[in-house]
Design a protein around this ligand. Structure first.
Ligand code: UPG
Length: 403
């Protein structure tokens, strides 16, 4: 444990303000837990509807406080919503409008909280203009914790923001992508602060009985787990190829498939429509298809699971490494393509499914072939002292900046 005092004598206080989507909230939560265990005080801002789930993953440290923020009314946005998981993409755009209307609220919160540093996300383009006169120290990192190296970084940050930001904050480390991080620092002309990969702590809950009973029927490392995170959805045609590819391997599998939240329709019915004829009957003894949330970390940690087919969302990739699962990558959007290239190329720790050049589609053969290939090369993620050193260095850097 680090000293709780910065060299100025006051405790380092960080405000976390992620975009209202769990793919964004999760890494902020993981960073909060790690920083609190190194003596940093955290104020975590989110909509009331997210608080229960956030508090279930935040450690119970007295240094962490969750602060509910009010979602202002916007025409067309039903009251009470505050998370993209519950809404269509059109409503999620209105939620961004609501976020813009939060400026006076956030300004007074900052006056009350007096943080040293605020970590925000890609949507709060207005933040630097309200924060810079208020933050006690004028340097504050401004960047999503997502793995936005590279092209996303260029597109996500508006010019106005880019000029205001003092530092870039990235969920990464030199061991994974050192040369790219140097490149980012160079093209922006700003220092890059690294959190490390934010390897998660093992979950404290137990795997639901339904999954435990099903998984223990199969030998060690034989089951393929397939899922696409919290906000990535396949089209029906690609679902067909995916499940046919899984069938073709002859291996037992769990596939988790979700659909764009549009406020209507039963996902189980949508799933049946997407299946090839006769598929469910043919795989009934060795295949489970599920729609909805699952305990992903616990499934990946199960002895029977040996391979993970996923979208290359960064946390999912790290969780696969942690649990020594082979990785088969099917990136669908944004940084997932870059993560996938990094893992399958530079790190040689997974296999990216071949796609056609025109539409990026894969077929059942492509998936089946990738599933039969192996990868390795991520041992440093399993070494606790290395993971601890990332946060120790990160806290030291923050203290250096605010003093
Ligand atoms: O049924 C589920 C689905 C997800 N998770 C967890 O949710 C997290 C998902 O993480 P990740 O795959 O990184 O995030 P996504 O929300 O799917 O992805 C978004 O956020 C990532 C950065 O965190 C980006 O890399 C992706 O492109 C972006 O889509 C992981 O901890 C999973 O264990 C579950 O526990 N159960």
């Amino acid at each position: 444990m680090e000293s709780q005092e910065g060299s100025s004598g006051s405790q380092l206080h960080v405000v976390m303000f992620p975009w209202l989507a769990f793919g964004h909230i999760t890494p902020f939560v993981q960073l909060s837990n790690k920083l609190a265990s190194h003596g940093v005080q955290i104020s975590f801002l989110s909509a009331p509807v997210n608080i229960q789930r956030i508090s279930s993953s935040l450690s119970s440290s007295p240094l962490i406080k969750i602060i509910p923020v009010h979602i202002p009314a916007v025409d067309g946005l039903p009251p009470g919503l505050g998370c993209t998981a519950d809404m269509s993409p059109a409503l999620a755009d209105l939620l961004k409008v609501a976020l813009d209307k939060m400026q006076p609220q956030i300004e007074s919160l900052l006056i009350d909280l007096e943080p040293h540093i605020v970590f925000i996300d890609f949507v709060q383009h207005w933040f630097p203009s309200i924060a810079s006169p208020l933050i006690r120290y004028q340097n504050f990192p401004f960047r999503s914790l997502r793995s936005c190296l590279r092209s996303l970084l260029l597109t996500n940050v508006s010019k106005q923001c880019e000029n205001c930001l003092t530092l870039l904050l990235l969920k990464s480390c030199d061991e994974m992508e050192g040369p790219y991080l140097d490149y980012i620092s160079k093209i922006y002309g700003k220092p890059v602060l690294l959190t490390g990969p934010l390897v998660p702590e093992p979950p404290i809950d137990k795997l639901e009985e339904k999954w435990e009973k099903w998984l223990q029927k199969f030998p060690a490392k034989s089951v393929v787990f397939c899922s696409f995170g919290s906000e990535t959805f396949l089209q029906d045609e690609q679902i067909k190829e995916l499940v046919l590819g899984l069938e073709q391997t002859g291996l037992p599998f769990i596939a988790v498939l979700n659909f764009v939240p549009d406020g209507g329709g039963d996902s189980n019915v949508k799933l049946k429509i997407a299946f090839p004829i006769g598929f469910a009957e043919r795989v009934q003894d060795r295949g489970m298809v599920h729609t909805g949330w699952v305990q992903q970390q616990l499934i990946l940690a199960h002895d029977s699971v040996g391979c993970y087919v996923c979208h290359a969302g960064l946390s999912s990739v790290i969780e696969a490494f942690m649990n020594d699962c082979q990785l088969v990558l099917l990136p669908q959007r944004g940084d997932q393509f870059l993560n996938s290239k990094l893992v399958s190329g530079d790190l040689e720790a997974g296999v990216q499914v071949t796609r056609d050049d025109e539409h990026g589609h894969f077929n059942e053969e492509d998936l089946c072939t990738s599933l039969l290939i192996m990868g390795n090369g991520k041992d440093f993620l399993l070494k606790k002292y290395i993971q601890d050193s990332f946060i120790t260095n990160f806290v030291a850097e923050m203290k250096r900046i605010v003093n």
